[in-house]
Each structure stands twice: as structure tokens, then as C-alpha cells.
Design a binder for this molecule. Structure first.
Ligand SMILES: Cc1ncc(COP(=O)(O)O)c(C=O)c1O
Length: 387
């Protein structure tokens, strides 16, 4: 999709991409200034593999402030984005044939990383009629003696689904009955919530599970710092030590300048986050309102992140104005790109069809124009189902 979108742009088409999970805001100046200062001050040598003491201390304060979680320095490690934390954790623990339970739809890295390491990904469907949330009974049914990890990701990519403390407590009750399982809690979108509940971690809701919960977050999404590649996690000291060994051979320590930038932004006044969240909230309402005008689409209101995940079930079995058959969500995405020059991601890439993921981390004018094109595309569909 993105290759085709690039080709079309190069050919002079006005392609609007709603495909990328990347904030359109600029990195806060406080982070940039800190990186500059760190370079001038000579912080340009190999850093400790698990993170600089200054950043680890800032992360410790951040976990306390935002999630009411207390981690000692030996329980914290810094990685190249949140993504490397997944690799570190899985590589440190998974053996051939181990199972990783992943609520679907999901960000594809969990499943692909587990498979790359010889493990088996076990998707558990989280249907729209439960707000795309994992039901305790479905979690319980998916667990076997070979299960090593359960992945939780909230707010979720691609659905935006988030959990209340009570809903997390119900999942924790299941996990308590299965003491052989690690829990990977991906909280990278923790601050991007629009239901007023703020950041809630299963590690805070169920402190008795602390010995087997790994909490992952980072600066990529919250502070519009995707290019700085700083993620971090807090968890049991033995697991963190094993993950540090993996990282020491994969990449060694993380860029000192990025770490200085991250420490500064975590400790800075957090009003900037509120401003970005307010913009995302407004855009979410704009996009949901517009998409609900598109015939054949059904769009739930997500609680967080910066994605909407509408069903396109009402478009399947029809044909586009340009004569393309829409049999799958991939067909929908490709036809939309070819004919209306809007790029988005088909649901199959996240393990659930027929849906599409639309990122609203872009400016209001582009969102209005893109949604207008999607509405037009749906209105012009032909064939069975036309009313
Ligand atoms: C759910 C989820 N977790 C983790 C990441 C990775 O974040 P980072 O850019 O910090 O590696 C992403 C990025 O898209 C994501 O969507």
C-alpha cells in the first residue's frame, strides 16, 4: 500500500495518507534543546546497555506520576523504541513451540516477532460488539500449558479500545489462575485517551501480579518523537536482566542524545500532552462523524490512540466506480487508493476483517478532504446492496 501510494505521489497524484501511526506534531522544543546540550556537553560515548541513569530516573518518576507504579532502577530498561522491548522480552523467554496469546485485532509486530523466534501466536478475537476488548472468558479459553505470554495493548492499535480499571481487574483474575504466564502490557498510547480515565495499567490494578507483568511505554506517540527511537519498560528484575543481555548483543545501548531528549520531555511540564490530546480528541470526533455518512461503513467511537477501525462489511460484494470488485478489505483499500487517492490500512493486516484502519494523526483539513473522498467512494459503489 505505501509503495503504491509513493508511486502515485511521484506520478503527481494528490495522495492523502491516513495509513501511518505517527503523530503529525513537532517534537517539543524542550527535548530538542536537551539533545543539543547533551551533545555539546560530551554525552557522546557508549551508554549503559539498559539506559542512562538520568533517563532511568526520569522513567522511574514518570511511572510513579502517571501509573502509580514503583520500579527500582534495576527494574527499568530503555530500548530502541517500544518495538525493541517486544523483541527483547520475547527473545529472552520464548522457546520453540511456546504460545503467545494476542487479542485480535492487533499490531502485527507481536505475532511476527513471536513467530520469528519459533513461537506460535494465538490470536483471540475481540469483536466489535464488546468494544474490541478482550473478554475474560475468551482469555481463559485461549490459555494452554504452552502459553508463555499474554499481550495486552490499550489503548489499542488499531481499534483505539481501552479498558476501565474494573475490566482490567477481571482479566487479572484470569491471569491469577495461570501463574506460568508473563503479561506484556503495551501502554505506548497510555496518554491518548478521550474518556477522561487517563493512563491505567494492569500492573497498578493488580499489584500482586508484579512478578510477571512487563509494562512497556515510550516517547514516540505521547510526545511526537517517533524518530528518536526511545521506548522503555518496567518489570521484574530477572526478566529485565535477561532482556538487557539480548539488547547488549542486538544493538548495545541506545543513542545518548535521544535518551537526553526523552529524560527532558518526561520531566517537563506535561501541558503539551494535554494540548495534543485535545487535538486528537477533536479529530476523532470529526472523523467518526464524517465516516458515519459513508454508506456501507459502520464506525464505533474509539476511547483512545489515534485510529478509527470502521467495518466495511456493507461494501463487500460490490464494485467500485472504476469497476474493481470489492471482495476483501484489501480490495477496498487498493481501490480507494487507486480511485480516490486515499491510503489506509486493511483490517487483515491486523488480524480482523472486513475492516480498515484510519489514522487521524494528521491535520483537520487533510482529514476532511480524505473523509470526503471515502464518502464519495462508498456512495459510488455499484452492484448488490445498492439502495
Ligand atoms: C501498539 C504499538 N506498540 C508499540 C509501537 C512501537 O513504538 P515505537 O515507535 O516506540 O517503537 C507501536 C508503533 O506503531 C504501536 O502501535
Amino acid at each position: 500500500m505505501s509503495t503504491r501510494a509513493r508511486e502515485m505521489r511521484a506520478a503527481g497524484h494528490n495522495v492523502i495518507s491516513l495509513a501511518i501511526g505517527e503523530p503529525d506534531f513537532a517534537t517539543p522544543p524542550v527535548a530538542i534543546e536537551a539533545a543539543h546540550r547533551a551533545a555539546l556537553d560530551g554525552h557522546t560515548k557508549y551508554p549503559p546497555v539498559d539506559g542512562t541513569p538520568a533517563l532511568k530516573a526520569a522513567i522511574q518518576r514518570k511511572f510513579r506520576r502517571d501509573q502509580r507504579l514503583d520500579f527500582a532502577p534495576g527494574q527499568i530498561m530503555v530500548s530502541n523504541g517500544g518495538k525493541q522491548a517486544i523483541f527483547n522480552a520475547f527473545a529472552a523467554t520464548l522457546d520453540d513451540g511456546d504460545e503467545v496469546v494476542i487479542p485480535a485485532p492487533y499490531w502485527s509486530s507481536y505475532a511476527l516477532t513471536a513467530q520469528f523466534l519459533g513461537a506460535v501466536s494465538v490470536p483471540v478475537s475481540c469483536p466489535a460488539n464488546n468494544g474490541f476488548r478482550l473478554r475474560p472468558e475468551d482469555l481463559d479459553a485461549a490459555i494452554t500449558p504452552r502459553t508463555k505470554w499474554v499481550v495486552l495493548n490499550a489503548p489499542n492499535n488499531p481499534t483505539g479500545a481501552a479498558y476501565t480499571a474494573e475490566q482490567l481487574a477481571a482479566l487479572a483474575a484470569v491471569l491469577r489462575r495461570h501463574p506460568h504466564i508473563w503479561v506484556f502490557s503495551d501502554e505506548i498510547y497510555e496518554h491518548l485517551r478521550y474518556d477522561g480515565l487517563g493512563s491505567i495499567s494492569i500492573a497498578a490494578v493488580a499489584p500482586d501480579l508484579a512478578e510477571r507483568v512487563l509494562v512497556m511505554s515510550g516517547v514516540s506517540k505521547t510526545y511526537a518523537m517517533t524518530g528518536w527511537r526511545i521506548g522503555f519498560c518496567g518489570g521484574p528484575p530477572g526478566l529485565i536482566r535477561a532482556m538487557t543481555v539480548v539488547q547488549s548483543h542486538a544493538t548495545a545501548g541506545i543513542s545518548t542524545l535521544g535518551q537526553a531528549a526523552a529524560a527532558a520531555v518526561l520531566d517537563a511540564p506535561q501541558a503539551m500532552v494535554g494540548e495534543m490530546v485535545a487535538a486528537y480528541h477533536r479529530r476523532r470526533d470529526l472523523v467518526v462523524g464524517l465516516l458515519r455518512q459513508a454508506p456501507g461503513l459502520t464506525c464505533a467511537v474509539p476511547e483512545g490512540a489515534f485510529y478509527v477501525f470502521p467495518s466495511i462489511a456493507g461494501c463487500i460484494g460490490r464494485a467500485s466506480a472504476g469497476g474493481r470488485a470489492i471482495e476483501t478489505d484489501r480490495d477496498f483499500a487498493m481501490a480507494l487508493l487507486e480511485e480516490q487517492h486515499v491510503a489506509l490500512v486493511h483490517g487483515a493486516a491486523f488480524g480482523m476483517s472486513p475492516y480498515v484502519r484510519i489514522s487521524y494523526a494528521t491535520d483537520d483539513a487533510a482529514l476532511e478532504e480524505a473523509c470526503g473522498r471515502i464518502i464519495r467512494f462508498c456512495q459510488e459503489l455499484k452492484g448488490p446492496g445498492v439502495t
